[in-house]
Ligand binder design. Structure first.
Ligand code: OOB
Length: 546
């Protein structure tokens, strides 16, 4: 088994320790400490469940012992594939306390993605709900264990069928817990995926704890804070920016919503007096619309965060007047660097920028295509290095060679400029990642699955601007023989076991790629050319009123 590692050169590690960023504590110890201080305070609310700090802490301990008693050993990886339920937290803390590394999959992921995570992480366990959002995760587990026999434990929240009920693991008892080291990898996050499949991101206790603790400070969280988990809490944004972990760090209360809809969330905000919530831009639009006519009392909100994709200034401007609290733009990545506008920034900064880094030791480098730093205020590629930005992906030497400079800077793939006041403005992306309302799609990955279709000769997946999602995906298909229907092509992608958000929104059957596009030396140029052509054609069609 390839060990999990995330190592900074000693001079950096020393600097981060000396500055007090890395405190030599584990994520599990944060919960332990808060549970000792205020065991009776509410830690997490979800559905019918209301767990105090003491209760969450006890459940995490029991699960930690139980996982080890079930045959897993410290160092093993366990894919956590849970929706926004309190058990997500007891499982994640339980695994980390046992020295087992959670691999945080998103609820939308299906067999193609989960199988990939399982293989690359060499996972030994898989934790699922029975049924969530109408999908039976046990069928996915059956397919997974057939494909990846190394999975020895499938734990189910709810009706377990032939698998192991989580409740049984919690009651199993087990050995004394190991003491994970703060510089060890605590868990694996999933990258958005640029060239091909998602990479796995090993995060250490030291680096991650710093990122959510500092985020909690920046967002002014304290014991009175009530955080609404709207986006899937496995994602880095709602997990650590400041998210669920930042809330526990501050001693606040987490409220979990199973649905991001304004109906469900507004009544939770009113009932639990929610103070902070994190959204992606399309959700912010929905919430803005619904807030105009809602009967619910939203006056407890103190901060509304929006991130994951670019928020337009027009929409940003409407947040404060509508919700009566400041907007916070959040521009981050699972690999590390997170930028925030600060709650007391001038409105112009909040509305038109994506904020500035968490840490004084976040190094931000903006370079041109030639790799040299651009002039002050000019647009270029964002590279970054810092106390919570990784130096390497797990077990992927090629991606590492591509994604990191020899000096250890992470190439974010984002095109940005920095204003004189230090705030960053995101101008676009350099590579072929489609950002569909915060959900990231690799054009490469979808093309690979399209090309596996017997009636597809060639395929190119591009992003097209979309008023609601920011970007949508469009697949250009050159058929082999009789062209399949667009609906068949979409069904094909689903049947390949890909997450639904990766199904192309639009499928265009073409005889050949446009004259201007053929002969392009790279796929990247081909996609860009097709994208421009499509945008021009759509604009022309709109002009004609069709
Ligand atoms: C967050 O993390 P990921 O890993 O799903 O995606 C990272 C990418 C960034 O490289 C950038 O391309 C895009 O998502 N992005 C934004 C953005 N926030 C993220 N693009 C424009 N404006 C923004 N505000 O998405 C993530 C992780 C932690 C906190 C917030 C978001």
């Amino acid at each position: 088994m390839i060990p999990l590692r995330q190592v900074w050169p000693e001079e950096f590690a020393e600097r981060y320790r000396r500055a007090g960023y890395w405190r030599g504590e584990t994520i599990g110890s944060v919960l332990r400490d808060r549970a000792r201080k205020h065991p009776e305070r509410l830690a997490v609310i979800g559905g019918e469940i209301r767990w105090t700090y003491g209760e969450l802490d006890r459940r995490a301990d029991r699960l930690a012992s139980g996982f080890l008693a079930s045959g897993l050993s410290p160092g093993d990886r366990v894919i956590v594939h849970l929706p926004n339920i309190p058990e997500f937290l007891s499982v994640a803390f339980g695994l980390m306390r046992a020295g087992l590394a959670p691999v945080h999959a998103l609820p939308a992921h299906r067999l193609a993605e989960i199988g990939h995570f399982a293989r690359v992480s060499e996972a030994a366990g898989y934790v699922i709900p029975d049924i969530a959002d109408g999908f039976d995760y046990r069928t996915l587990a059956r397919d997974l264990v057939r494909e990846v026999p190394a999975i020895q434990l499938v734990a189910v929240v709810g009706a377990a069928a032939e698998f192991t009920p989580l409740a049984a693991i919690e009651d199993a008892g087990g050995p004394a817990l190991p003491a994970p080291s703060p510089s060890e990898v605590a868990f694996l996050q999933i990258s958005g995926g640029t060239t091909g499949l998602s990479k796995l991101i090993p995060r250490t206790h030291d680096d991650y704890l710093y990122s959510f603790a500092a985020s909690a400070d920046i967002c002014g969280l304290d014991e009175a804070s009530v955080y609404l988990g709207v986006l899937p809490i496995a994602h880095n944004f709602p997990m650590s920016s400041p998210g669920t972990l930042g809330t526990l760090y501050a001693g606040g209360t987490i409220v979990l919503s199973r649905s991001p809809s304004p109906d469900a969330c507004f009544s939770l905000i009113a009932r639990e007096r929610v103070t902070i919530a994190a959204l992606v831009p399309p959700l912010a639009l929905l919430w803005l619309d619904a807030a105009r006519t809602t009967a619910e009392d939203l006056s407890s909100l103190k901060l509304l965060q929006v991130g994951g994709a670019k928020l337009s200034a027009e929409v940003a401007r409407r947040i404060r007047p509508t919700f009566g609290c400041p907007l916070q733009q959040v521009f981050g990545m699972a690999e590390g660097l997170v930028n925030y506008t600060r709650p007391d920034d001038p409105e112009e900064v909040i509305v038109t920028t994506q904020g500035r880094p968490i840490s004084p030791d976040d190094e931000v480098l903006i370079v041109g295509d030639d790799g040299r730093p651009v002039g002050e205020g000019e647009t270029g590629h964002l590279l970054t290095r810092g106390p919570y930005t990784i130096r390497a992906y797990h077990n992927d030497p090629e991606a590492n060679a591509r994604s990191f400079t020899v000096d250890g800077f992470y190439r974010t793939g984002d095109i940005v400029r920095r204003r004189p006041d230090g705030n960053l403005v995101v101008e676009g992306r350099a590579n072929d990642q489609i950002n569909r309302g915060g959900e990231k799609i690799s054009a490469d990955e979808v093309e690979t699955h399209l090309l596996a279709h017997p009636a597809i000769f060639d395929a190119a997946v591009v992003s097209v601007p979309d008023a609601y999602l920011g970007e949508r995906s469009c697949a250009f298909i050159i058929p082999r023989g009789t062209a399949p229907k667009p609906s068949e092509i979409k069904a094909w992608i689903r049947a390949r076991g890909l997450a639904a958000y990766k199904v192309p929104d639009r499928v265009l059957i073409v005889d050949s790629f446009h004259a201007t596009a053929v002969g392009k030396v790279s796929r990247k140029d081909l996609r860009e050319s097709l994208r421009r052509q499509l945008i021009a054609e759509d604009a022309a069609a709109e002009g004609k009123g069709t």
